[in-house]
Write a protein that binds this ligand. Structure first.
Ligand SMILES: C[S@@+](CC[C@H](N)C(=O)[O-])C[C@H]1O[C@@H](n2cnc3c(N)ncnc32)[C@H](O)[C@@H]1O
Length: 386
């Protein structure tokens, strides 16, 4: 059975398996939870520290010798019934080594009990499926405010050619941290459907709003062609995010609220997306752009569940010899709307756009002459609905 099939039929009782499967490529071993728990109980029951350490040492050598084949390796039936403890062998060995290196009986027993708990019990918070009993294994989930993404993720059917799209890692990270599976994500500027594709890959339902009919049509096609192993709903609606009736959109889907809003607007007029006057890239001025953003924020915020998150992905612009801090202006407008409080500002490196790549030298010369710095970053502003 392919791993993806196993995850799909196993969703009900082993959600965390999925959280790792699409994002973390490291090799995993599948251990039989019950057998492992019995072994740990046996080790804990040893009378003294030396006996315990001997047993841990045996366990360590067995796993080190052949990580994929050991007495706790899960058989095929276990793989599909939620009794499989899927772990990177290096992490598992690290946990055992920590226990072995502990020289107090109480502490050793404490670590063993913790290992057993992390094997058997899932502890998640209110807004995601991250298993806090195994938090050390979530290296693929970013918690830093500086993101250096060297390259765009190639997984999924993304239209890399859509000028002005964001890298799939952005919606992916947002969903992993701020949604649970099967919850709803709203993208108010859907573009080429990057968020909707990631919704399918991560088992979240999604609604994307896109003004440009051609972009909406093309993205619908690409999103539909993305595998949908979790049978989630992902729709792209052609509409203006400032005026669309979100209550109707939610009612039609039989849901009360969405659990995450993703906003990746045009960065004012840096890229002109269409001739449509309602397109934010055709705003008459920076103030007009901000007024329109304000309308979209006020129109969409009631659709978001209280306590949940909204992220704004935006960059600054340079006009007439002046740096226009579009990101901070937009952030300020969002805070003034009264719906949200600011939770984080992430600075993310900026991949070169196709347009600028050829003119790299020219821009560097201009920067040296003009006394300014070239844009190499954009922002992800993270807000929580109060
Ligand atoms: C920066 S792009 C978003 C790209 C998207 N994140 C992706 O990865 O493909 C901004 C998008 O907003 C759309 N747009 C502009 N004004 C809009 C409005 N008022 N309502 C809905 N979409 C709008 C544009 O057509 C464009 O596709």
């Amino acid at each position: 059975m392919k791993f993806i099939d196993m995850v799909a039929c196993n969703m009900e009782n082993n959600y965390e398996v999925l959280e790792f499967s699409f994002t973390d490529e490291s090799v995993k071993i599948c251990l039989d939870k019950d057998k492992l728990a019995d072994t740990i109980d046996y080790i804990i029951s040893r009378a003294n520290l030396n006996d315990i350490r001997d047993e841990v040492q045996k366990l360590l050598s067995t796993i080190r010798e052949d990580p994929l084949n050991n007495p706790w390796t899960a058989d095929t039936s276990i793989l599909t019934n939620g009794k499989c403890y899927r772990i990177d062998p290096e992490v598992f060995i690290g946990n055992l080594q920590q226990i072995f290196d502990t020289f107090s009986l109480d502490r050793t027993r404490y670590y063993l009990k913790r290992l057993k708990k992390s094997t058997l019990k899932i502890k998640t918070g209110k807004v995601n499926d991250i298993n806090l009993n195994r938090w050390k294994e979530y290296n693929h989930v970013n918690t830093d405010s500086l993101w250096i993404e060297k390259k765009r993720s190639r997984a999924g059917n993304h239209m890399a050619s859509y000028w002005g799209n964001f890298i799939p890692q952005i919606p992916q990270q947002m969903m992993l941290r701020f949604t649970k599976q099967r919850e709803y994500v709203l993208d108010t500027f859907s573009g080429s459907g990057t968020t909707m594709i990631e919704c399918r890959r991560l088992g979240r339902n999604g609604v994307g709003i896109e003004l440009n009919p051609e972009a909406a049509k093309n993205s619908r096609f690409v999103v539909e062609s993305q595998e949908n192993p979790f049978d989630v709903k992902t729709d792209v609606i052609e509409a203006n995010s400032a005026t669309i009736d979100y209550k109707k959109v939610l009612d039609e889907r039989g849901i009360k609220k969405v659990q995450l809003i993703v906003m990746h607007p045009p960065y004012y007029d840096i890229i002109k997306f269409s001739e449509n006057g309602e397109d934010l890239s055709n705003a008459a001025s920076v103030d007009d752009f901000l007024d329109r953003m304000d309308m979209i924020v006020r129109n969409s915020a009631p659709a978001l569940e209280n306590g949940r998150y909204m992220c704004l992905v935006i960059g600054d612009k340079y006009t007439g010899g002046e740096w226009i801090p579009l990101g901070f202006y937009a952030m300020q407008r969002i805070l003034s709307s009264g719906f949200y409080k600011l939770k984080s500002i992430v600075v993310k490196n900026f991949q070169e756009t196709k347009g600028k790549r050829n003119q790299k030298e020219l821009w560097r010369y201009r920067a040296l002459v003009g006394g300014f710095y070239l844009f190499k970053h954009e922002y992800i502003f993270l807000f929580q609905k109060e």
